[in-house]
Design a protein. Structure first.
Length: 544
């Protein structure tokens, strides 16, 4: 399939893999690969090996073995949801540039799910002793080790953990990591603090009621369903209805076999069970999405009561840890439009053009760049920076405002803007009291502050000293004609005006490119002065 082929939203995980394959975005690996030591490190190279983002691929491993030499029939898919924005967009059936609008539209126009019988996800049902026999239950799934050398267990990573509010009856779904502990036991980690996991909010209620909390972990669903897991939606919003809105049709749901939760009927695998909220069990170390190893902490043990799956199920995992990673791409494409929508629509700040969350190494949340139209008034720039710093407790520790000619995806350009367009004593504010960024929660310091930097252009500046766009474009075709080394231009690659430029200088420049520079000399000789010091700007004394 070419990139111009019509896009459609895959209705299930298998169809998504087939679409990726047709688009040349899926690498199939048929040689034996050890899931405990080789699988994640191999895919990691595409994030740390200098591979351009648009050349990252999804991977399907069809011949998976483990550290004991055991062979698994079930293939492992990894990087299939969001190795790159292009792969994410395929999963949504959208163009990359339309991802943000698709989210906003789905939240405004959800489509309620429907319930179906005889679901594909229950073609095989494993319960009772079969869950406990050696090599059975969870041990029969080819669960990769994410960070060999540091992780304490294989982890379920591409999860959709479904729980239900015991008061409202509304289900929530979140992507939470889950450590394998026994063939029928996991420990699930849900962020347990203000603004934390929806599942944790439910857990608090079950603990209060002294009741077991039903939980089902979905592995491998249509991408629109998967994408709603890591998206931060209000806790009482039905994520399946938003997923329906994303895909344009109702998600087919079904009742679990051993608890009363509803899960996507077309899922690949579902792990059903209960969490006993009266007890906690040590979990981790595990390499986390913030780029550090999460150290051991007490988290929620889940007793598995059933594993159901399709007859030919594919196990899916996500590659996370140090950014960029699949986990940061999945958040970046979803969070940035949310921030933009908040600043433009909720706060009504019209001058905001883009919001970019810094991805390499820093993991999106701490550093946010906000780009503004050139004439945005200063007070609105500050209101937007405050909005970006406060929308979420864990995002926006450092917010930097730039003007529209600065590419916020380029840290070089942002530093350039800070160097020439901000005066630290006027354009920097430090605001006390904010929560520590994720990754520092195990360190001694948990509270932090916010740094806001207005690096926008505040007054007219002289043009950027590169040849004008037309000359650079023409020169590029000459460059290519001469078969010189391939170019991959990084902005800025041509000069442009920044407000401090006059008709006189424009006339001089125009004459100069047609060899008429002597005419400029005839003009300037008439403007000679005897009363001034060298380097006095002419614009101070003449109307140009
Ligand atoms: C790959 C990946 C792993 C994640 N792991 C966890 C986790 O272990 N625990 C957690 O609470 N949130 C985790 N998150 C973040 C949540 O999925 C995210 O905050 C989501 O919005 C939670 O949904 P909820 O608000 O419905 O709980 C992870 C996200 C991704 C993309």
């Amino acid at each position: 399939m070419s990139d111009t082929a019509p896009l459609k939203t895959p209705c299930d995980f298998h169809q998504h893999l087939a679409e990726l394959d047709k688009a040349g975005l899926l690498v199939r690996v048929d040689r034996p690969i050890n899931k405990d030591t080789e699988l994640q490190p191999l895919v990691r190279w595409q994030f740390v090996g200098g591979v351009p983002e648009d050349q990252r691929r999804a991977f399907l491993f069809t011949n998976v073995i483990d550290g004991k030499g055991r062979r698994y029939d079930m293939p492992v898919a990894i990087g299939v949801f969001a190795s790159s924005p292009q792969i994410y967009a395929r999963g949504m059936g959208q163009k990359v540039e339309d991802i943000g609008a698709a989210w906003v539209n789905a939240i405004k126009n959800p489509i309620a799910p429907i319930v179906v019988e005889k679901p594909a996800c229950q073609e095989v049902v494993i319960t009772g002793d079969d869950l406990r026999k050696p090599g059975g239950g969870l041990a029969a799934l080819p669960v990769p080790v994410s960070t060999p050398g540091f992780d304490s267990a294989p982890y379920l990573t591409a999860t959709l953990c479904v729980t239900r509010d015991p008061e409202s009856g509304i289900q929530n779904m979140g992507t939470y990591r889950a450590a394998l502990k026994a063939t029928d036991r996991l420990v699930v980690r849900m962020v347990a603090r203000v603004g934390g996991a929806g599942g944790w909010v439910h857990w608090l209620k079950y603990r209060e009621r002294k009741q077991l909390m039903p939980i089902s972990i979905v592995l491998g669903a249509s991408p629109v369903v998967f994408f709603t897991g890591p998206q931060k939606l209000p806790v009482d919003m039905d994520e399946m209805a938003v997923a329906g809105g994303l895909g344009g049709e109702a998600i087919r749901m079904t009742k679990c076999v051993t608890n009363d939760l509803n899960v996507p009927a077309d899922a690949e695998i579902v792990v059903e069970g209960f969490i006993d909220p009266s007890t906690l069990e040590p979990e981790a170390p595990f390499g986390e999405s913030n780029g550090y190893v999460a150290l051991e902490a007490y988290n929620m043990p889940m007793q598995v009561t059933a594993i159901t799956h399709r007859k030919y199920a594919v196990f899916s995992a996500i590659i996370s840890q140090v950014t960029p990673s699949e986990s940061s791409v999945v958040k970046k494409v979803a969070y940035e439009p949310m921030f933009l929508n908040h600043l433009q629509s909720t706060l009504g700040i019209k001058g905001v053009k883009r919001v970019v969350m810094h991805e390499p190494l820093s993991n999106l949340r701490p550093v946010i760049f906000v780009q503004f139209a050139r004439d945005t008034v200063r007070t609105e720039v500050w209101r937007a920076m405050q909005g970006a710093a406060t929308l979420r407790a864990d995002c926006g520790k450092i917010v930097i405002a730039v003007s529209e000619d600065i590419d916020p995806e380029s840290t070089d350009a942002v530093f350039w803007s800070m160097a020439y367009r901000s005066t630290p004593s006027e354009d920097v504010q430090i605001i006390n009291y904010r929560r520590g960024v994720q990754g520092s929660q195990y360190g001694p310091k948990t509270a932090e502050s916010t740094l806001l930097i207005d690096a926008t252009q505040k007054y007219p500046m002289a043009p950027l000293a590169l040849p004008g766009k037309a000359y650079m474009e023409h020169a590029r075709s000459l460059w290519e004609e001469l078969k010189l080394p391939a170019l991959s231009p990084k902005g800025p690659w041509h000069g442009y005006t920044l407000g401090d430029w006059t008709e006189t200088w424009e006339r001089f420049a125009k004459r100069t490119i047609v060899g008429e520079w002597e005419a400029n000399g005839l003009e300037t000789i008439k403007r000679r002065r005897e009363d001034l010091n060298p380097e006095t700007p002419t614009a101070k004394h003449e109307k140009l």
